[in-house]
Design a protein around this ligand. Structure first.
Ligand code: FAD
Length: 264
């Protein structure tokens, strides 16, 4: 079975700083990591390979240095890593990202299962998995917490919902996006690290994947970022002194006076 896992590089912090003049994320000095949800996607790909035999390929769209991160996945047991990198991809929104990835996956050849993380911790839209499935014209399901059965042409999995889970059956090829409950990612082995050191990451341009440049990058992005900002938290705390009875009375009085002020 041929499994493709989509992996995105994200900043290794949730405290993102924004350049107020250009409205872009300041990436200098920020450690880059594999999107945490994608580590579960890689692990699931390797587990499915273990059950069914076949190959696991990781694919990413990003800047050239992402190749180094993709090598980390080779140390875990991934067979091949491909990076889509070209100025034509710069400024892609989730639609243009889905398109570029779909063209890269088409160039890879036959595939049975495509696994994405639930969402990226920076862009956070959770749109790329479903967008990719639409571009490839195949079914998808999101928030997968368990693959119950998988064989050529068929998958049955559990999809997490707010109050439980749904069982979804789909024909393959298909796309799934996974949540962290699905598995426990492995650590690299020494042999894997040695293999990764020697491995080559293929770097493909827009021309290599025969992508229409009008559908890539800013040209292919119907959404426009007008403004980005980090929300400011101006919370002032006040300690209420006294016994528990006195504290609860003072708190009730405070809340009542606030309510009174609002009504007037
Ligand atoms: C107008 C606009 C301009 C933008 N310009 C830039 C820019 O210049 N530079 C920039 O870095 N970002 C830019 N972004 C953000 C970028 O579009 C998103 O990061 C990207 O579309 C992926 O969306 P997401 O992060 O919400 O991923 P999600 O949809 O939340 O990701 C879900 C899953 O999809 C897969 N995935 C997502 N992105 C990739 C990827 N690149 N490669 C492989 N797999 C992936 C992963 O498996 C991931 O877990 C821009 C966004 C907009 C709207």
């Amino acid at each position: 079975m041929n499994i493709v896992v989509c992996v995105k590089q994200v900043p290794g912090t949730t405290e993102v700083k924004i350049n107020k003049e250009t409205n872009t994320i300041i990436r200098e000095g920020v450690e880059a990591i594999i999107n945490p949800f994608d580590t579960y996607a890689v692990e699931e790909g390797l587990r499915v390979k273990g059950q069914t035999s076949g190959r696991v390929t990781v694919i990413s769209m990003g800047i050239p240095s992402v190749a180094g991160l993709l090598k980390e996945t080779i140390s875990l047991g991934v067979d091949e890593a491909v990076l889509l990198s070209d100025r034509a991809f710069a400024g892609s929104d989730s639609l243009a990202t889905s398109y570029a990835l779909s063209m890269g996956i088409k160039k890879l050849g036959e595939y049975d299962l495509i696994i994405c993380g639930k969402q990226a911790t920076d862009g956070d839209t959770a749109q790329v998995g479903p967008g990719l499935a639409e571009k490839l014209g195949i079914p998808h399901t999101t928030y997968v917490r368990k693959i119950e059965e998988i064989r050529l042409g068929y998958i049955r999995c559990q999809r997490m919902t707010e109050d439980g889970y749904e069982v979804i059956e789909m024909p393959l090829p298909a796309v799934i996006t996974v949540v962290k409950e699905i598995n426990e990612p492995r650590l690299p082995s020494l042999k894997g690290m040695m293999r990764a050191k020697k491995a080559q990451v293929a770097i493909w341009t827009a021309d290599d994947i025969k992508a229409d440049k009008n559908l890539c990058g800013l040209n292919g992005s119907p959404t426009k970022v007008i403004k980005t900002f980090v929300p400011e938290h101006n919370i002032v705390s006040e300690m209420i002194e006294g016994t528990p009875d006195e504290q609860s009375k003072k708190l009730a009085d405070k809340l009542l006076s606030m309510q009174f002020m609002k009504c007037n």
